[in-house]
Design a binder for this molecule. Structure first.
Ligand code: NAD
Length: 338
């Protein structure tokens, strides 16, 4: 049966890596029917809105979307559409695996999964300037929100993910030494939920700065990591660096009623139009979408073809040390689908 999936190509390198991804998934026989919609800068020209109603309606109807990166203006302009989508559909769990596909690099056999709380923390967007005297921007403050509900459901998601996927350990990453209320609550809740999984899944916790250092020195001591929103944003880029960079890191945004799959990276304005962006992260996001739809055998075939293409080494994009383009790499993956 063919499943309808909302497809948002996105901005910058988005359209090129999306086209490559669709070619690979179609060639693998994924059996997906794409409903293409606009969002981000690309939507403003046509709809005068970065998040048109039609795009929201399509995701609401299909309940699954594959999304390219969306540009967010820095400092001024509209707020992040990525954050808006996560809020709109309450996509509370951001799942970001980092797995070695290019062997013989700085680290080998990395297999980590970061679970990031996706709706709270500093991303609630409660921030404002504080005026003093003549200076209307004398100070600025942002509010970090951690709720019992939000912390419980993300930590529970991490443990259930670990059980479902045969993982051994969950590490809760926090900053409860300094942020004693917000991060203290997150840690307390984590410790309590960990007791429910005792004997099945190991548990430990790490302060975020020490976790960053340990991830670089010895990533193998970790397995599944769970944390609040901002720490997850930062450490997932670090983890992408352990497996070859942002071109290799996919992500899933999961809620009860919808799920949106995307690469971890952004629209890479420095690469837009060059034709050499690595489509791997986006193709792997497509594989996570297939897993979600219960089509894991197809997803595994695509993952294996990617690994083979990278191992063969002749069609690599510059970020992986090659000199080939997005389309050539996609063609190499398709040739290895078997
Ligand atoms: P970025 O992730 O776009 O790029 C960071 C670096 O990684 C750049 O050097 C880029 O060339 C490289 N890179 C990224 N993707 C790559 C790929 N597929 N192949 C090879 N190299 C790749 O981060 P940025 O430059 O800080 O952000 C650009 C825009 O993207 C901003 O507007 C930001 O808000 C947005 N953004 C969107 C998302 C999203 O849609 N989920 C995520 C992060 C950033």
């Amino acid at each position: 049966m063919s499943e309808i999936v909302t497809l948002i190509p996105g901005d910058g390198i988005g359209p090129a890596i999306t086209e490559a991804t669709v070619r690979v998934l179609d060639a693998a026989g994924a059996g997906l029917q794409w409903e293409e919609c606009l969002a981000g800068v690309a939507a403003i020209d046509e709809y005068h809105s970065p998040l048109p109603d039609g795009t929201l309606a399509s995701i609401r109807k299909n309940r699954v979307a594959l999304k390219g990166p969306l540009t967010t203006p820095v400092g001024t302009g509209f707020r992040s559409i990525n954050v808006a989508l996560r809020k709109e559909f309450d996509l509370y769990a951001n799942v970001r695996p980092a797995r070695t596909l290019q062997h013989g690099a700085r680290y080998d056999d990395i297999d980590l999964v970061l679970i990031r709380e996706n709706t709270e923390g500093l991303y609630v967007g409660v921030e404002h300037y504080i005026g003093i005297g003549d200076d209307s921007k004398a100070a600025a403050e942002s509010v970090m929100i951690v709720t019992r509900h939000g912390a419980e459901r993300i930590v529970r998601y991490a443990f259930d993910y670990a059980v479902r996927n045969g993982r051994r350990k969950v590490t809760l990453v926090h900053k409860a030494n300094i942020l004693k209320f917000t991060q203290g609550l997150f840690l307390d809740i984590g410790r309590r939920i960990a007791e429910e999984y005792e004997g099945r899944i190991e548990f430990d916790d790490r302060i975020v700065d020490a976790a960053a250092m340990r991830l670089v020195l010895d990533p193998y001591q970790f397995d599944v990591l769970v944390m609040e929103n901002m720490f997850g944003d930062i450490l997932s880029d670090l983890m992408a660096g352990l497996v070859g960079g942002l071109g290799m890191a996919p992500g899933a945004n999961i809620g009860h009623d919808a799920a949106i799959f995307e690469p971890v990276h952004g629209s890479a304005p420095d690469l837009a139009g060059t034709g050499v962006a690595n489509p791997t992260a986006m193709i792997l996001a497509g594989c996570m979408l297939l897993d979600h739809l219960g089509r894991q055998p197809v997803a595994d075939r695509v993952r294996m073809a990617i690994e083979d293409a990278i191992r063969a080494g002749e069609s690599l994009t510059p970020d992986l040390g090659g000199s080939h383009g997005t389309d050539a790499f996609a063609a190499a993956v398709i040739a290895r689908l078997g």
